[in-house]
Design a protein around this ligand. Sequence first.
Ligand code: ATP
Length: 397
Amino acid sequence: MSIASVTVHLEGTTLEGGGQILRLALSLSSLTRTPIHISNIRGKRHGGGGLKSQHLTSLKWLGQACNASTTGAQLKSKEITFAPDTAHRNDTVKTGAVEIKQDTPGSVNLVFQAVLPYLLFSGAEEKIRLTITGGTNVSNSPSYDYIAQVLIPMLTLIGAPSIETELHARGWSQGGTCLGRATYTITPLRHQLPAFHLIERGAMRSVNATIIAPKDTEQHFRDELDVMFDNLEPRISTPPATITFDTTFEDSHHPKRYYILLVATTTTGMKLGRDWLFDQAIRPGKTEHIVPTMVRKVAGDLMREIEHEGCVDEFLRDQLVVFQALALSGSRVEGGKGKLSMHALTARWVAEQILGVEFSDDGSCGGVGYHPGGAGEDRDVNEELVGELERVTLGRG
Ligand SMILES: Nc1ncnc2c1ncn2[C@@H]1O[C@H](COP(=O)(O)OP(=O)(O)OP(=O)(O)O)[C@@H](O)[C@H]1O
């Protein structure tokens, strides 16, 4: 495994040009102790770019965790340097209860996205109960529900220790800001993450709907979902496999807070998710159209994911890039006919710049086989454990 010891410069307007470049670069820099310099941060975003609260929170937390020297660590900053202390040991990360607080509804799950690789690969011996304050349901980011129902089960499928989740309160960016809190209990890896193969999609087994909306819309949602499930079934079923449909409804306790998530699970355990946080101004007395609009929109999005025949949805595809890059060489994620998103291309680019890994057109990656707790030194792999995990990783030839 070769890791750059010189500072890696990342131009923040590259490809997607948003916050993902920063989060992933910070994750990989902290783990490998590679110094980074990012210019024009979020340079393709309207309003001038720069660090938002969620980005700054991740930067500060990772900076203190790996004892990094930083410059530019303030809100709206468009340029940072981040140089982890090369003598620092990642396995000295604080275990037990770890609290990351934000005083805005910045996405809890984008902070989680930034710090998870560091904690999972820290080499720490004890569990980490990570609690993050902020927004749990925020536009253009993974919701708490998506993380719990899609990302985490898929991480378990690829061989990561299971992560428990607990929601204390929801935090919304809609209908006036309100802070939420969620806890993720992470068991750090004790060995390299084996190469994983998500290549067999299997047949559809179930579709679960999660609705969070004002209580008086519950029946309307259930009726719309019943119609939608009836329409969906013949289009996605592969007899003799049968599909079950299920709906969970939660009162959002606010007339302007609406959220829907649909998760399709396949016979090989793949999870495809599509959601929508209703984020338009809702005028009193003008809400009847919202329910059918949301159901139709998300059902259409899920249908497109299913028709692509990939093993992951558009969002998971970019969120798994970091794990492909850190796993042993040869992980492959089948995206099907779906176009690789700009986020996925950007994540690959950051991983290539910092770790020197390469991704092939078929979705496979020459991962570095990162040793938990290490900065890339060649320790022996626990072959027995890796073999065991390989058996639970789907599609392994
Ligand atoms: N509906 C969704 N479900 C699951 N994940 C999502 C969803 N929308 C966005 N994401 C994920 O959230 C991340 C968004 O990255 P992005 O760089 O756009 O965010 P950001 O830090 O808020 O930056 P910016 O404000 O610059 O857009 C990506 O990993 C993407 O896959």
